[in-house]
Design a protein around this ligand. Structure first.
Ligand SMILES: CC(=O)SCCNC(=O)CCNC(=O)[C@H](O)C(C)(C)COP(=O)(O)OP(=O)(O)OC[C@H]1O[C@@H](n2cnc3c(N)ncnc32)[C@H](O)[C@@H]1OP(=O)(O)O
Length: 417
């Protein structure tokens, strides 16, 4: 991609230009400006983390923002810039505006000490060239009503309460259960600002797509403590054979197996309904194990988080490894040359980690994109080597390093930022 045309310049966008950034986003994403939505849905991107490319006439050709996340990684966490709302005006596309914004974004990550950046990709072909690798998958299900679940001890002792979702009343409860349900899962971003917490529980009519107003189901133990929740809404439908409503689940998270069972048993047997659409689930979600017959649910796998290592040694040292490992990685990184070259990763299983510069040839040669893909433990070095995306030194057995970089809990981010 050639450099930006003359007169274009990347910049950190001051907070008082946030409306210009949002105008670019609306054009790029074909968004509507609905005052009724704007009133209840807060702009959740921090206004001190906006960036843009300005055209010679001073207008914005493209813009983006980022969240300051603490991203859970295997055995720890790492400061992470969650890149979001990346948009280029339709008539300014394909002249390097995005490329300039990514370079600017990565430079600011370095300045802020953010070891990694992560994103959800609008289109999967965009971000690999910038060193982002797909590091997590999610699964979606369309479940038939009354899909049977294998029994879980204790589930019958739990009770479900139902109410209309209320942004004021329920934001804290939803946030607390979401945090606890995802503890220990790589990639599980929490909603760390009031604006984000609110965004998860607002329900503007323009978002409903024909459903009723959003409901909140909570699962409680005998002492009344909440053990899980689901936000969902039903869409009316009638067929010649009878009622065929759809249940659209926005979120469903529970603290243990019994609460998971109680929650999904409730969602799967609502009167008048025929199908239940799940939200994004991690690839190892308990529901996938509990379903007696998962086939009719037609599991669909999709890319979830994309991860870019900004500071390779610091990022690799911030996570744990599932097995003892001593491997030299030879990393290619065209955009951040400080990452390139050989790094020796020495770690004991779930213990100490040391990442140092290495001399000599690497055992495993890979682009920073593939290292990002392996970072959360969800993509295997062996699989990527078999796909020809990772090269292995002659005589080196990569399966040991692959086992160390893997992780027993599948990574996922449960919401799109
Ligand atoms: C994290 C997020 O926010 S994801 C949201 C991304 N935004 C959108 O999808 C909104 C609509 N699209 C857009 O705003 C723009 O088309 C963008 C942001 C995707 C691309 O912006 P541009 O300024 O046109 O990108 P730029 O000119 O820097 O292109 C860089 C390279 O990416 C390629 N590229 C850009 N967009 C795409 C795409 N959608 N699919 C495949 N390749 C793409 C270009 O062809 C170019 O390739 P090259 O280096 O081989 O020549």
């Amino acid at each position: 991609m050639p450099p930006l045309p003359d007169g274009y310049r990347p910049l950190a966008l001051p907070a008082d230009r946030a409306d210009e950034m949002r105008a670019v986003s609306r054009l790029a994403f074909a968004g509507t400006l609905d005052p009724a939505v704007e009133e209840v849905v807060p702009f959740s991107v921090p206004t001190d983390r906006l960036g843009a490319v300005e055209a010679p006439d001073g207008t914005l050709a493209g813009a983006h923002g980022s969240f300051a996340f603490t991203m859970p990684v295997p055995g720890g966490s790492v400061p992470c810039a969650g890149l979001t709302w990346v948009g280029v005006r339709p008539e300014q596309r394909r002249r390097g505006v995005l490329t300039a914004m990514i370079d600017h974004h990565l430079a600011r990550c370095v300045e802020r000490g953010e070891r990694v950046s992560a994103l959800f990709a609008a289109e999967t072909a965009i971000y690999g060239r910038f060193g982002y690798g797909c590091a997590a998958d999610d699964v979606r299900l369309t479940l038939p009503r009354r899909a049977a679940l294998r029994p879980v001890p204790g589930a019958d002792a739990l009770t479900v309460r139902l109410t209309h979702l209320d942004a004021e009343e329920h934001a804290d409860l939803v946030d607390d259960l979401h945090r606890r349900a995802g503890a220990g899962r790589p990639g599980w971003m929490t909603r760390d600002s009031a604006a984000l917490r609110r965004r998860m529980v607002v329900d503007p009519p323009a978002w409903r797509g024909g459903t009723e107003a959003m409901l909140l189901a909570t699962v409680h133990d005998a002492q009344g403590a909440a053990r899980g929740y689901a936000t969902f809404a039903r869409k009316e439908g009638w067929e010649p054979t009878g009622p065929a409503y759809t249940v659209r689940v926005r979120e469903a998270h529970a603290l243990d197996a019994a609460a998971t069972h109680a929650l999904w048993s409730f969602l799967l047997d609502l009167d008048l309904t025929s199908t239940v659409e799940s939200p994004m689930l991690p690839a190892d979600h308990p529901l996938l194990h509990l379903l007696v017959d998962p086939r009719p649910a037609g599991p669909r796998l999709a890319d979830n988080l994309w991860v870019r290592l900004v500071d390779v040694p610091a990022a690799l040292a911030a996570r744990s490894y599932a097995a003892d490992v001593d491997v030299v990685l030879d990393v290619r990184d065209d955009r951040l040359p400080a990452n390139a070259g050989t790094w020796r990763v020495r770690a004991t299983a779930h213990g100490d980690v040391e990442v140092t510069r290495a001399d000599g040839p690497g055992d495993v040669l890979l682009d920073v994109r593939e290292l990002g893909a392996a970072y959360l433990g969800g993509r295997s070095l062996t699989a990527m080597a078999r796909a020809g995306l990772v090269q292995v030194r002659d005589g080196y057995d990569v399966t040991g390093a692959a086992a160390a970089f893997g992780w027993p809990v599948a990574p996922v981010c449960s919401w799109v930022f």
